[in-house]
Design a protein around this ligand. Sequence first.
Ligand SMILES: [Zn+2]
Ligand SMILES: [Zn+2]
Length: 253
Amino acid sequence: MSRTLVLLGTAGYHPSDVRQTSCLMIPELGIVLDAGTGFYRTREFLQTSTLDIFLSHVHLDHVIGLTYLFNVVDRRDMQRVAVHGEAAKLAAIEKHMLDTTLFPVPLPCQWLPLTGPVAIGGGGTLRTFPLKHPGGSLGMRLDFPDGSLAYITDTTAAKSADYVHEIRGVDLLIHECNFADGYEDWAEKTGHSCLTPVCEVARAAEAKRLVLVHHNPVADQPRRAPELVLDLQHARSIFPAVSMGNDRDQFTF
Ligand SMILES: [Zn+2]
Ligand SMILES: [Zn+2]
């Protein structure tokens, strides 16, 4: 039985008129990957009494949406709401973002440090692996008996990178692409990716399909910054099964 992945937020850094920041959801399993500003939309798609939120890392554009949790689970009888991530990073959220000077009350969730692969329903397993990024990030791979998904965000793509073998043969690869080609220096400095290396990663890993997310919000204003708009024609010359991910897009895998 296949599953649906909904893109609830596809911007990096800050929201734009057309994109919220990073958040993905598999509604039938109650799984959310990252909780950027797009996390408020989880309320609309929630269809389970459990909600498991897995964090790649805790830069604000990936976690600020956790503070919307009261409205997301509003009046529902939830059996479990859990936030999964690296122990030190969960502690940083509680210490800093949820200090009462910044947010008034504890969130209605439990904090579960990742210690290894996690069984996730639908017969699936979620595994994480480290990505190079200032402060570190985690790549994720979700394997089900009849399909697989990988989510790679906040790292500098390179076909020689260690994570490539972790995503080998994946059905659906969701990969950040914060920069157009020509911004390699910025990509290296900020720990993000340019278009060509992302497509080369998908090809090297023999992914079936590539969807680009974590877009630079300024690229949604092409008159202001035409050089930031991704050249999809070029991308397809490297990896034909590539597409832009946009908010509310849905994919079956
Ligand atoms: Zn980010
Ligand atoms: Zn980051």
